[in-house]
Design a protein around this ligand. Sequence first.
Ligand code: NAD
Length: 497
Amino acid sequence: MVAMTLPSHLQHAQHWIDGRETPSSGAQRIDVINPANQSVIASTPAGTIADVDAAVSAAQRAFRAGSWSRISGRERAAVLLRAAAALRQQADQLAQVESMDVGKPISFATAVDVNTAAETYEYAAALAQQLDGAVRRTPLPAHAYTQREPLGVVAAITPFNFPLILSTTKIAFALAAGNTIVHKPAEDTPLSALFVARILTEAGVPDGVYNLVTGYGREIGEHLVTHPDVAKVAFTGSSTTGAHLAELAGRHLRPLTAELGGNAANIVFADADVEQAIQTTISAFVFNTGQFCMGGPRLLVQRDLLEPMLEALAAALPHVPLGDPSQPETVIGPVATSRQREKIASAVKQAVDAGATLVTGGQALDLDGGLYFQPTVLTGVDNSAEAVQEEIFGPVLTVQAFDTEAEAIELANSTRYGLAAGVQTTDISRAHRVADALEAGIVWVNSWAMLDPAMPFGGVKDSGWGRENGPEQMESYTRTKSVIIALAPDPEAEASN
Ligand code: NAD
């Protein structure tokens, strides 16, 4: 294995509150495991209720002080651009942190995770400068206008699979809008957030504007969501946790955006460019070792192409480079946690026990003690099977055949999720028709996972509420105030009447 190093301040990490490392009020700690060999590489505090209270009160003080919330968007943009530049400068080190923490292949961690984070800060910096209002012409004897204002303290709770990107989609936009933040990353993969906390402070984010508390969701996440000084909750994670937090937030009348689970269909029509469709199908389900909410774990293929696609997948998948994530050629790294690998193995076993045919893969691999799982293809699955209906969140593809366009759409829309979908076809009219009919927040045609900070993503159905990225996200991090200034009548005009 190529030696990757973890910065020393991350090895025995502390919370980041009020612009500095802050020890927890409790003694309990959480080990951080490198999934490539299951060694303990760091530990973080298992935060306490008192830690959350300290972070929220720092964020609330900073919001009220106005050194971030009341400065101009242009000044905030300058700081966000400095943060983006620092992310680019420290890209190699940050990519190593993300790779060691999550098991991401190093080339993806650099090209996708770190690069997307930097682009997102750059894009949010542009939006920070466009926050304005509108003068409204009304029949009132008044000058009437609206202005957009930040909300206050944003509670951000993020999942284990894309720690850096999904933290950034919250932090960059919340900061651009002038909010302050208390962030709780996933307990399994907290390291990139700790790395970025320091970058934000060094870039000029005032103390108390961004605060990070590590720990377990149930122990501190719920307290954060229901804290009286929190103005908004931005959550990404499973649909089960999202529904629970929506209930808690609802009780406190607190706005919540929820980016939740996905189980996207990748529809390949017989008129597709077959070579491209095979490559797209593979990358859609193995990217991030299948731990990708917008991945494509359900292949729906028009019947004439079923056998050729299965043969091509069975031939190609054993050759996709799997192994040590520190090697630049690696495409499939380990799964992030042993819990996740057990869940994947059990889903595959259950599908096979229920009658599915294993086309390739199906086994956990124990290279260097790492948490690997072979890319796996299952066919002969009933549409009602759990492997089709539920999110497996691993490198597992189910394959179903369809005959007509209408049938493909029906199958694609038949799960409770609706985050993403893909259509592979050379017929442009069909592409538009099908994209229009799919119940999903984002649809890719002849590609997969093309993402950009300007393009919103988010769910329909059990995949969530609200959108991240794009100007749409700024709407949910600001509110509108109407100002109506009564105008006295013109005294000269009155006198002459
Ligand atoms: P999870 O719901 O278990 O945890 C997500 C976060 O919520 C973690 O920080 C966790 O500590 C916290 N949490 C858990 N229980 C909590 C509680 N009771 N109160 C407060 N916080 C709590 O999800 P996960 O396993 O980390 O992530 C995988 C899931 O996230 C998958 O379902 C995946 O599809 C989804 N996801 C969605 C998107 C998206 O953009 N829609 C992106 C990535 C992942």
